[in-house]
Structure formats: C-alpha cells, structure tokens
Design a protein around this ligand. Sequence first.
Ligand code: AMP
Ligand code: GLY
Length: 426
Amino acid sequence: MNILLIGSGGREHALAWAISRSPLCKRLYVAPGNPGTAQCGENVVLDIADHGAVASFCTLQGISLVVVGPEGPLVDGIVDDLTSAGIKVFGPSKAAAQLEGSKAFTKELCAEFGIPTAGFGRFRDAAAAKAYVASQGAPIVIKADGLAAGKGVVMAETLAEANEAIDMMFAGGLGSAGAEVVIEEWMIGEEASFFALCDGAHALALASAQDHKRVGDGDTGPNTGGMGAYSPAPVMTPAMEARVMDEIVRPTLAGMAQRGTPFTGVLFAGLMITAQGPKLIEYNVRFGDPECEVLMPRLTSDIVPALLAACDGRLWSAELHWSDEAALTVVLAARGYPAKPETGSVIRGIDKAAALDGVLVFHAGTKQNATGIVASGGRVLNMVGLGKTVVQAQARAYAAVDAIDWPEGFCRRDIGWQAVKREREG
Ligand code: AMP
Ligand code: GLY
C-alpha cells in the first residue's frame, strides 16, 4: 500500500524509517519531510494546513493510510477532514486531541474518571489565580491551558515567581494559550514517558522512555522539546507498566469513549512516578520527539499492521515485539537553541557517524543545499546508539556525536545519566 506520513522532525524520520521497512509499504510519501526522510521515501511539498489539498493528494496517489506525526494538524482536525473524505488516518480526532490541546480538559477528565494526577485549580483571571496560589503556598506549578510549544509551564519555587508567571500569562505573554491558566500541585518523583496505541476502545502498550527536557547538563537551563532520550526507562518496571495501564490509560480510553469522543492514535502519557504510585503530568496525542527515535529502533515487529489495527478498531488482534536492547539518542542542536537557534551552518560527518556499529542517525531540522547538509532548525540531528546496556548505548551515541564535524552545534553530554547511575549501582 501507499502511505503518507505528515511531519518533518526527528520523530518523522524515525517513523519513516520504521514504516519503510514494512513489507506492506509499497510507496512512502512524507510531507514535508527532511533530508533523512528522503532516504526512506519521497518527500512531497504539500500545505499541511490545507486539509482539502492533503485529501486530493491522497486520492491522486492512491494513499491507503495517512500517519500524522505532530500535534498541530491533529488539534486542527486533519483526522476529521481526511476521514470525511474517506481516507484512513492514524491519529485522534480534533475532539480527542483536546487531551493535548487543553490542559484543563485533561484535568477535568482526570477528576471525572478518578485518574491520578496533581491537584489543580483553573482560572480565567489573575486575582483568583493569585488567591489560589496564596492559599496553596509555593512551590507550585503554573501552566498556560493551550498549546505553547513546551514553554507554557512555569515551575515556581516562590510565591513571587508564581505571581509573576500568572501576570505574564494573563498579559498575553504566551498568546491565546494563556487565556486560561491551570495551577497545579508540584509533584515529586521520577519522570517517565509511556506510550500506548489506542483504537478507541483498546490500548496496546508500546514501551517507555525517558526524556531530558532541560537544555543543559545536570538538568539545568530552560525547557526544550527534548535534548535526548532513552528506552526503556528502568523506573517503568512491568508492575509499574501494569498500574499505568490499569489506573491511567484504560480509564482515559473508557472516559473518552463514554463522552462520545473515543481516542484513536498514540496516547503519550507524561508520568511522575511518585511515592504513592504513577500520576499523570500531561497527555500528548502523538509520539514523543525524541522518544520516538529510541522507540522505533527497539521495535522488532512491523509497525504498519499495528497502525492499521488501531485505525480499524481491532487492536486486540495486534501484537508488537521489542528488542531487549537499550536505545539512547543525543540531540544535536543549533547554537542558540531553544531561544534563538542559528541556522544555515554546514554539518559534516553524518555518513561517517551513521556507519558506526550500533548507530542510527535521524535528521530533524536539516536542509540539503548545494554545500551539503545545513542546519535549518533548533533540534537538528538525533544520534542514536543501541546496546545491551544503557552504558553501551550511550557510548555508541556519543561516539556518533564525536564523528560529526559541526562547530555551530551543541549537545548535552549527560543523556541517560539516571539509567547509567542505576546500572553502575547494580
Ligand atoms: P508539561 O508541559 O505539562 O509536560 O510540563 C513540562 C515539565 O514540567 C514536565 O515534564 C515536568 O518536568 C514539569 N511538571 C509539569 N507539571 C508538574 C507538576 N505538577 N509537578 C512536578 N513537575 C511538573
Ligand atoms: N519530548 C517531549 C515531547 O515530544 O513532547
């Protein structure tokens, strides 16, 4: 069959790599794609925001399955529009994508269906928000309700910081995302990302991963989309996975179905593993980036039948198998990321890095021009190492990083530190 994948990041290169290996996939198109996805299929120029144009492309090219990578088009309703045009799409409807599109929506769902999460309040004016903060005390977490590209969360250690964040959001500092503000209890624990395929009624657990959101070594500096990740996350033992499925994922699916907005696609639960058990930090309605770059290399079975089963509401019949190996990705970012990445510099050594043992390179913000591969975004390359242990995967990923000649790029040097510490402590 012919498949269209939407997106252009490292996540989409990893998905394109996995989909293109499926015997079911005849032609893979990626819109708009990147130089990495061009090695797995054909990049096409399509205005993703124009759902009619995407539908026409699908009809013309005989596309049997569309896979949507990023959240933007999902929240904009691309699944609803393509489905109405008779095209099979993997991803949630606009209504179900509210699990990521609105933090308040998710918090209300948790409250209604008894899903463990941080205590919260939601506010539309600064005075009420500040009164709540004063009653709860610091530290406390202030969040813009809507999509804010990872910048909508302020971890306030003092009341003054909390009040400043409230003023910033209500003053329009995050645009319309901050018209409503959610204030949450600051949870303590270890974070993990957990992924499940969903068909509206059933969920199939994928695997766990750990992301590194802060830009600097030792988890310092501003939040980013993610500077590296590894899978599996050791904190997610089989017993913990079972709890997450029973206490968080299944009640969410049941609640969404009961409300008449069943969830289909990838449910990505950002979790805090607290002393009381797993609690939901937030949902995303798509694969994580860079988590996908470590999940796909560990998947030993064909992903396409599972995606189709999710679309067709027969996920109960699907099976996925995972390698016991660990995978770890280090993100190479352009200097200035996340505030103001400098683009246009030339990157050398990608083929040399990719040829190393147990290494995969996934492109994100790159462009091919006459000089070669140049940086075109904040997060630019994913250097993935595979190994019997996280220590080995980490060593391979950093060997790949060191094979790259790109003075204008940088990376964290401590990706995987928690897992490495656990392995060393045995
Ligand atoms: P979010 O965008 O909601 O995932 O939040 C970004 C990051 O902020 C998370 O990955 C956590 O590290 C942190 N965070 C968000 N909410 C909380 C909370 N209630 N308690 C502790 N940490 C939080
Ligand atoms: N890496 C976190 C995310 O994809 O949102």
